[in-house]
Design a protein around this ligand. Structure first.
Ligand SMILES: [Zn+2]
Length: 345
């Protein structure tokens, strides 16, 4: 019996391994400590029959020597293993650390923000996950507006009793604007850059997420002329001093009147080419005067204050500036594509 136990321990100890000093110490206690396996065997020794005592005694002694030797061996290995200085190769030459490039969307976003900041706009940011109240209701979206449909918008949580409590991925950064108006009385002059989400099939021309920058200006006596002049300045700053703009009537729930803005094609200068589909114009943003219903919903007196708002897609502007054919390239993280923008900023 006791000889079987000794043989078993010999195999066990022969296979011991440990990662660090703590583990080695716990192994030492397990086998050689005061209540350890080998000490217990020595206690059992007195029950061994007299004629077997000699054999068993020698075996126990061998086992003890083996355990001491194994523990010392583990300690030696751990000492060299911990010596990380041995891993540093001081003869290796220094290698150049390659600098990355800014993402094209970041380049465009920074340029746009810079232009508006110089005109006195400050940045306002808000949550990408927001409630219906801030994304749609306060912005004068009709209860049956298609944007409120699951076909168009990603829902996180629906509330059967009160749709304004639905939690959604915002489909535009206008929720930042309703949050600013909620907490700040005019004058308000902000731009809201951020990521937005729409339930679209992903293709070269559409994606389920993209980036927007919206602007909002509310004060006394703000007119459509102010809007037009700010956007003209923006277009000239971004696309060059020769750029002309035109406004076409349009419709948005949160502005009245509303317009789409085109710029003269920066490729052909307005003469007409393949890029502008031979019209000489390229659409770049939507804009309009803030609907009084929006101001009232956000506790701003629409009889005292008026304002304008505009919104543009960062991907769209980046495409116009750099002619990126496929929208998906912006989110594929292909370094060959990204490296092309190294000199752009
Ligand atoms: Zn053109």
């Amino acid at each position: 019996m006791i000889l079987d136990k000794i043989d078993q321990l010999i195999i066990e100890i022969g296979n011991l391994s440990a990662k660090n000093a703590e583990e080695i110490e716990s192994l030492r206690l397990k086998y050689l400590g005061k209540k350890g396996e080998i000490t217990n065997l020595m206690a059992d020794f007195r029950n061994v029959a007299p004629e077997d005592k000699k054999t068993v005694g020698i075996k126990i002694n061998e086992l003890k020597q083996l355990a001491i030797q194994k523990i010392n061996e583990l300690k030696d290995n751990a000492d060299t293993g911990n010596d990380t200085l041995n891993d540093i190769d001081l003869t290796r030459s220094a290698y150049p650390i390659q600098l990355g490039a800014r993402h094209p969307l970041t380049i465009t976003r920074n340029k746009i923000i810079d232009i508006f900041q110089r005109m006195g706009f400050s940045i306002a940011e808000g949550p990408e996950i927001d409630d219906d109240l801030h994304v749609f209701t306060k912005l004068n979206f009709a209860a049956d507006h298609p944007a409120r449909d699951m076909q168009d918008t990603f829902f996180i949580e629906t509330n059967k009793e009160d749709v304004t409590k639905n939690i959604i991925l915002r489909s535009h950064t206008s929720n930042d604007q309703s949050r600013v108006m909620e907490h700040q009385q005019p004058p308000i002059r902000v731009i809201c850059p951020g990521r937005v989400y729409r339930n679209e099939a992903i293709s070269a021309r559409a994606h389920c997420f993209f980036h927007q920058i919206e602007g909002l200006y509310i004060d006394k006596n703000v007119s459509f002329t102010d809007l037009k002049q700010v956007l003209l300045t923006f277009a000239k700053e971004l696309f060059g001093n020769d750029t002309r703009i035109r406004l076409r009537p349009s419709y948005f729930p949160f502005t009245e009147p509303s317009a789409e803005m085109d710029i003269s094609c920066h490729i052909c200068g307005g003469k007409g080419c393949g890029f502008c589909k031979h019209t000489g114009w390229v659409e770049i943003l939507g804009c309009g005067m803030v609907d009084p219903n929006v101001l009232e919903a956000c506790n701003i007196d629409s009889k005292v204050y008026s304002g304008y708002a505009f919104g543009l897609g960062v991907e769209r502007i980046t495409n116009l500036k750099y002619q990126v054919a496929d929208l998906r390239m912006f989110s594929e993280n292909d370094v060959r594509f990204l490296n092309e923008f190294e000199s752009a900023n």
